[in-house]
Write a protein that binds this ligand. Sequence first.
Ligand SMILES: [Zn+2]
Ligand SMILES: [Zn+2]
Length: 248
Amino acid sequence: MATFVTRAQWGALAPLEVSGTITPQQGGVVIHHVDAVKVAEAHHTDCAAQVRSIQNFHMDANGWSDIAYSHLACVHGSLFEGRGEYVRTAAQGTTQGNDDWYAVCALTGGTGGDYDVITPELIDAIRYGITRLRSSGGAAPAITGHRDHHSTTCPGNVYAHVVTGAVNPGGGPLPYPGVSFRQPPSLAHASVATWQLRMNSAHGYSLTVDGRYGPGSDAACRGFQSRKALTVDGVVGPATWNAAFAPS
Ligand SMILES: [Zn+2]
Ligand SMILES: [Zn+2]
């Protein structure tokens, strides 16, 4: 079980102002990492100072009211309290993202194959952050990566753990994300990639796992719906999602 580190315990500055309201029942939780360079601390005794430096950067350089994230997770298995539940974030790079989604940041980084190691303790801390945001903050079930919302490589090598559902608090497949997928595709969405993986691994399809609900996904969806005697509409709603993830 992850260790929770309160703002007082890590020495947070008070927010400059109270951020606006958030409607996380319409979104969920977005996963981030810190940077495109490796940042994970070797020793946990250095992690609180790292979180303080991120807060200073967000407040002094970016001019934000507080550290951008709802919570931050370190590779040693601690979850540092960020803005917390029911506070709008500044992390997602889009207004809609900040209005509807919480942000959990892994204290890791890297790019181009040179990444911090993702530890089981980090995954556990991310799961704990998502659990808090759901149980105390009203977050919808969806879990996405920053790159699903905005042009960025964030969250680097953590993204694979979003796609597989490893960061899902219950483990295993992600629950129905609360949004339906249909043509024409909107933004790429980690849950679409999760569904594509499942269609390939459990139902014999050969979809490109790109998180985009394109014509190939639409055709596979319609064929699957026909086989399962579901309404054939090409829309991955709750019934089609749950049929895809039912034990076979
Ligand atoms: Zn990010
Ligand atoms: Zn640590």
